[in-house]
Write a protein that binds this ligand. Structure first.
Ligand code: GLN
Length: 191
């Protein structure tokens, strides 16, 4: 199995380190030609969604990434990655717009934007969650399944081949969310 990590901006290196610990092959996508290499799933990291959205457009990666997701390629978006995948964005614009979620950017305000908690994630038990100027999911529609909530706010969800977290699992020792994504890939029909 090979995972591609979108490496235009943000916390892509940390995802690579988690994949190393899970002994999974991975490479970075920085330009259009990197999309030609075969891969089984894509991680879109945290960072700044407006900057990443602009870079996706400028590098002509937006459309090919969007097409691959819509054709069923498994994708995992963390924080800004979640915002990029959302169909509706409060306080911003939609970019890839492939997932039936409405998100609120910088939803916790300046003071509470960054915090750590341990909460239940469906099927994984209680896991560490680090939030950095995080969004949350205001609403889900279609077949989107809610996987975790913190203080009543949705912070993780899945719709078919798309997995998103408002927090940063790559910043904690616990590898279970990444493992969840790898299991999603193993069970998807693309392999
Ligand atoms: N606040 C950022 C944004 O709107 C997301 C923060 C993050 O990815 N840690 O894109």
């Amino acid at each position: 199995m090979t995972i591609a990590v979108l490496a235009l901006q943000g916390a892509f290196a940390e995802h690579g380190q988690v994949l190393d610990r899970l002994c999974v092959d991975h490479f970075e996508i920085r330009q259009k030609k990197d999309m030609e290499k075969p891969f089984d799933g894509l991680i879109i990291p945290g960072g700044e969604s407006t900057v990443m959205g602009k870079l996706l457009l400028e590098s002509e990666l937006l459309k090919p990434v969007q097409d691959k997701i819509l054709s069923g390629m498994p994708v995992f978006g963390t924080c800004a990655g979640l915002i990029l995948l959302a169909k509706e964005v409060e306080g911003g614009q939609s970019h890839l717009g492939t997932m039936d979620i409405r998100v609120k950017r910088n939803a916790y305000g300046r003071q509470l934007g960054s915090f750590y908690t341990e909460q239940e994630f469906k099927g994984l038990g209680t896991i560490p969650m680090t939030f950095i100027r995080a969004p949350y999911i205001v609403d889900v529609s279609g077949s989107t399944q809610i996987l975790a909530k913190v203080d009543g706010k949705i912070v993780a969800a899945r719709e078919g081949n798309q997995l998103v977290t408002a927090f940063h699992p790559e910043l904690n020792e616990n590898l279970s969310v990444h493992q969840y994504f790898l299991d999603m890939i193993s069970h998807s029909s693309t392999l």
